[in-house]
Design a protein around this ligand. Structure first.
Ligand SMILES: NC(=O)c1ccc[n+]([C@@H]2O[C@H](COP(=O)([O-])OP(=O)(O)OC[C@H]3O[C@@H](n4cnc5c(N)ncnc54)[C@H](O)[C@@H]3O)[C@@H](O)[C@H]2O)c1
Ligand SMILES: O=C(O)C(=O)C[C@@H](O)[C@H](O)[C@H](O)COP(=O)(O)O
Ligand SMILES: [Zn+2]
Length: 372
């Protein structure tokens, strides 16, 4: 197996590798054989990725002696629904999937979250692998085991933790990714710099041009570092069970920090019907709002807000909040999974590379941070 760059996620008996390479999707059969005894693979993908990669990957597995079914969903966030799960469960049952089958997600975060949940629930749990094909899924969603679907008014509200047995990342597939989707993925990359790693944030600033040009070496580096940072957080708090006290520093690393910008983002996605804003775009604007809220509370200065805005702008992510009644946004935020008895909690920065969980804020400040 080509081991250009590997990141290990250490979770005792649920540990796994993230293999990062170029052209390495051709070695999918070998990657799976090193990690499972099974011989029946259900590939879950969307129709765009099926034509580009998943159908061909099915052939790679068939040539290796696997029995393969490729199940195709509609591209886009609305497919992350319980109705799509029902269709997939039914089809799997009718096509002979059983406890000896594995599920392989080939696609972006929508396919990964959906397929992971289907894998976790069909016959109470099938082995699961991720082959992420968007930048966002390569740097974030394929790692860490969060799976699930949306409710109309609440993002990712139904799901479970179900770790993959391996993640195979081929940077070559990003050559076909639409530019807008590529930029959306960069939002989660910027997030890692803000929450955990000032030098990484500075690296992104210094290499913005190369990132925009999709320079393969820089791209591989930002994917590797993002996976490394996410793995570190997931290893410390796999189930997001560490509740941060107001000060995060010195305390235990909490998975909730990966939600920086997401309290705003998830409300924006829900209020726009999950269609007009991509998740990464919502995260970019959510981070801009969170930084403004932190500034209003005196946690960071104007220079911090500007520094984050400038990097996001350099990466084509000068996104503004959607036009909506702020009271409706506050209502949606109160349904966030970090809420405590309906009380909203935010992840807010204190300085570049550090964040904390905040529950004391004025609604007027949140509303004011939505306008810019
Ligand atoms: N589980 C997690 O930890 C986690 C983390 C971050 C985001 N997410 C979730 O991920 C989802 C967003 O994922 P996404 O941004 O990957 O979107 P996506 O899965 O909708 O994919 C974006 C689009 O790109 C197309 N596509 C995928 N790969 C392609 C390729 N290589 N070439 C051309 N087209 C390609 C898809 O068909 C789709 O139209 C959201 O639902 C979000 O909530 C989950
Ligand atoms: O892996 C995590 O933990 C994250 O929070 C990563 C986020 O980027 C991602 O969008 C995740 O799906 C959000 O999870 P949720 O629990 O807030 O729904
Ligand atoms: Zn996210």
């Amino acid at each position: 197996m080509n081991k250009e760059s590997n990141v290990r996620v250490n979770l005792a008996e649920r540990s796994y590798d993230i293999a990062i390479g170029s052209g390495n999707r051709q070695q999918l059969a070998e990657f799976l054989r090193e990690r499972t005894q099974r011989e029946h693979a259900v590939i879950i993908t969307d129709s765009n990725v099926d034509q580009l990669y998943a159908d061909a990957l099915g052939d790679v597995l068939t040539a290796d002696g696997w029995e393969v079914q490729v199940l195709i969903v509609e591209p886009g966030e609305p497919s992350k629904s319980i109705e799509t799960c029902e269709d997939l469960w039914e089809t799997m049952l009718n096509e002979g999937a059983d406890r000896h089958s594995i599920v392989v997600a080939v696609g972006g975060g929508v396919v990964g979250d959906l397929a992971g949940f289907v894998a976790a629930t069909f016959t109470r749990g099938l082995e699961f692998f991720q082959v992420p094909t968007t930048l966002l899924s390569q740097v974030d969603s394929s790692v860490g085991g969060k799976t699930g679907v949306n409710l109309p008014g609440a993002k990712n509200m139904v799901g479970c933790f179900w770790q993959p047995l391996g993640v195979l990342i081929d940077v070559e597939v990003l050559t076909t990714l639409p530019d807008r989707e590529y930029r959306a993925g960069l939002a989660e990359v910027v997030k890692y710099g803000v929450i955990l790693d000032e030098p990484f944030f500075a690296y992104l600033e210094d290499n913005a041009e190369a990132i925009n040009a999709k320079d393969p070496a820089v791209l591989t580096e930002i994917i590797r570092r993002s996976c490394e940072l996410k793995a570190k957080v997931v290893e410390a708090d796999e189930l997001e069970a560490v509740d941060m006290a107001s000060k995060f520093e010195g305390g235990k690393l909490s998975r909730a920090i990966l939600n920086y910008g997401h309290t705003f983002a998830h409300a924006f996605e829900a209020i726009t019907g999950y269609e007009s804003m991509l998740h990464g775009e919502a995260v970019a604007v959510g981070m801009r709002c969170a930084a403004r809220l932190a500034e209003k509370q005196g946690r960071v200065d104007a220079e911090f807000v500007q520094r984050q805005d400038l990097l996001l702008a350099a990466l084509g992510l000068s996104v503004s909040p959607p036009e909506a009644d702020p009271e409706d946004i506050l209502h949606l935020m109160s349904r966030d999974k970090k809420s405590d008895s309906g009380a909203i909690r935010f992840i807010l920065p204190t300085k570049m590379g550090h964040v904390e969980l905040v529950s004391d804020f004025q609604s007027e400040d949140v509303i004011a941070s939505l306008s810019f």
